[in-house]
Design a binder for this molecule. Structure first.
Ligand code: KDO
Length: 340
């Protein structure tokens, strides 16, 4: 009787086959992953904020339109690179994509500080008219030449409003005298803080919550959806609806990465980037309509100052600042006249 031997061979073979298949799958899997173009995106945005969520829409759309070609990896909260470092990291070849701002761009291309002025862009539609028209064509090509970054789409970041740690009567810019207002860390941002009448202090976005909580700053400015998603309302008492900057961020790709792609791939990336921005815009605009009620329900005081007085003060401040002397000839009129 040799029944056992009957099963010997299959039992030996099964583990071998499994090991063999696993090794094969691992190798082919690795090969497939290696074939994909990895696109790493960095942003200080917090999870749940619209411009963070739009990155997942970008990933979804791109990976669906080019199955197996791309592996989009998203890093939020400034965990990969800190706020403001993205353009340099893209130029150095350490990062493929980022959301960058005109304030980032104005650090390298000084005349573009014009796009960072308060009370200039009027609303999200005007913003699109500016950047998806002849002005945008000119700006995008200059940014590509100077900063080695391809501008893919513009996303409405929202309209920036003041958010104060303790209640204060704010009707005019003079009422902000001495208020330690956190602004992001670059010269043009600091100028905006001064133009509003406050004492600006630079701080990275991801440190703002703690600074508000501990009282190292008196306030911050951001669009309402960000003030909600970053939970700044938990550590502040008032929102002042100054509406001082219709803000935007640009989804961008390092030229180093861009140039390695085929034309059809570039087209798919632009299409996905535009769709992602549109998703952001719709969500954010809706949120801005409903959030005043939300903040009130959370116990915050929401006030509206004399916006005309703020507008006049801020515009005069920019025109009289040294920055405006470098603005491109005729650009102010072109921006004001931009329409779709
Ligand atoms: C901020 O630091 O206040 C700011 O709103 C500036 C924007 O340009 C952008 O960097 C944004 O932060 C981040 O994406 C976080 O929302």
């Amino acid at each position: 009787m040799r029944p056992v031997t009957l099963f010997k061979q299959p039992f030996y073979l099964v583990p071998k086959i499994i090991v063999g298949l696993t090794v094969f799958a691992l190798f082919t899997g690795t090969a497939l992953a290696a074939d994909k173009t990895v696109l790493r995106i960095s942003s200080p945005a917090v999870k749940g904020d619209w411009h963070a969520e739009m990155l997942y829409i970008f990933k979804e759309r791109l990976e669906a339109s080019a199955p197996g070609e791309f592996d989009v990896q998203i890093f939020l909260g400034g965990t990969l690179f800190k706020q403001g470092a993205e353009p340099t990291q893209m130029r150095r070849g350490n990062l493929d994509m980022a959301l960058i701002s005109m304030q980032d761009i104005a650090k390298r291309i000084r005349p573009y500080s014009i796009f960072t002025s308060g009370y200039l862009i009027r609303n999200p539609e005007h913003q699109k008219a500016v950047y998806y028209g002849p002005i945008g064509d000119e700006v995008f090509s200059k940014v590509s030449d100077v900063m080695e970054v391809e501008m893919l789409s513009v996303a409405y970041l929202g309209t920036r409003q003041l958010n104060l740690r303790t209640k204060r009567n704010v009707s005019l810019p003079a009422d902000l005298k001495g208020v330690k207002l956190r602004m992001p860390g670059s010269k043009v941002w600091q100028l905006l803080g001064r133009a509003l009448g406050a004492s600006p202090t630079p701080l990275a976005f991801n440190e703002v919550y703690l600074a508000l909580k501990t009282g190292t700053i008196d306030g911050q400015d951001n669009p309402l959806p960000t003030t909600q998603k970053a939970k700044f309302y938990e550590v502040t008492e008032q929102i002042v609806l100054t509406s001082h900057l219709v803000d935007g961020v640009f989804l961008t790709m390092a030229n180093k990465t861009w140039k390695q792609l085929t034309q059809p791939q570039q087209l798919m990336i632009k299409t996905a980037a535009r769709a992602a921005a549109e998703f952001n815009n719709q969500g954010r605009i809706e949120d801005e309509k409903r959030l005043v009620e939300f903040f009130k329900s959370e116990g915050l005081l929401v006030t509206t100052p004399d916006i005309d007085a703020f507008r006049k003060h801020v515009q005069k401040f920019y025109l009289e600042s040294g920055l405006s002397k470098r603005w491109p000839e005729g650009m102010l009129a072109r921006i004001n006249a931009a329409a779709r």
